[in-house]
Design a protein around this ligand. Sequence first.
Ligand SMILES: Nc1ncnc2c1ncn2[C@@H]1O[C@H](COP(=O)(O)OP(=O)(O)OP(=O)(O)O)[C@@H](O)[C@H]1O
Length: 294
Amino acid sequence: MSSTPVIDVEGLNVKYGDFHAVKDLSFQVRRGEFYALLGTNGAGKTSTLETVEGHRAATSGTVRVFGQNPRDRRAVRPRTGIMLQESGFSPDLTVRESIRLIGRLTRRTDRVERLLDLVGLTHKADTRVSQLSGGEKRRLDFATAVYGTPELIFLDEPTTGLDIQSRDDLWDAVDRLREGGSTVVLTTHYLEEAQQRADRIGLMHQGAFHQEGTVAELTGTLPATVRFSLPPSAPTLPLPATREGDGTFLIETPGLQQDLRTLLNWAQDHAVELRGLQAGPTRLDDVFRSIGSE
Ligand SMILES: Nc1ncnc2c1ncn2[C@@H]1O[C@H](COP(=O)(O)OP(=O)(O)OP(=O)(O)O)[C@@H](O)[C@H]1O
């Protein structure tokens, strides 16, 4: 197995005139990895991805995809599937024609019927793109991105506008591609989708990585939380807690399991009801909120 990363970005800068959108960014994506590029609005994700996809030239820095310059479309495009935020389909083509056309451009081989079935558009095969709903267009985007089972797939906000069943179907299809060894790069504002699936996350803010690592590494930087209310007669708590505006007690802890056990034992020993008890590990949402509050 080759140890060359599928994506290798070194000191990438993207400038729009005087505006410095991506600042000295470096990261690698390994073969078979599911990498999520996340961030606040305007963080520079699209600028970064467009450069890696070969749609935009870097102002400076090196970008390699399969060891090649992604601007060399002939070397990289046949091995890459891209699901952009905005699809570029001709509204007059039918669904079947659109898949066939994109397929030809990738120079991979596949069966159009397989893709129609994969995204549940068999009954719309002869419908013009202009007559599809937003969610159906998104599914067509996905079908063209995975035409011919590419080695590397970019998914830019893939589930926006999809109903829950279509989301589940899309992620099932992505799971199957990964089982076959495909590398996946995702951007999304649905953080739970990244939290559930990504091997690693690059979290961008103002053109640079705020953090990069596994979900556990990112969420491990913040404490988990326990929330509950107490009756007025309750004895002193066994752990330090703060009182929120509505009277709820909040315990923030790096050791959720141990502290929850202490709290539950205390409640049982004193016959105290912990009303509205909620306990949970840190979520990516909390990591994002912590950026906003810095
Ligand atoms: N063509 C352009 N000309 C000038 N500035 C641009 C251009 N494209 C993007 N920018 C600016 O560069 C910054 C990064 O934009 P980019 O689209 O890469 O961010 P993003 O992380 O994808 O944001 P979002 O999550 O909001 O889609 C933003 O401040 C944006 O306004």
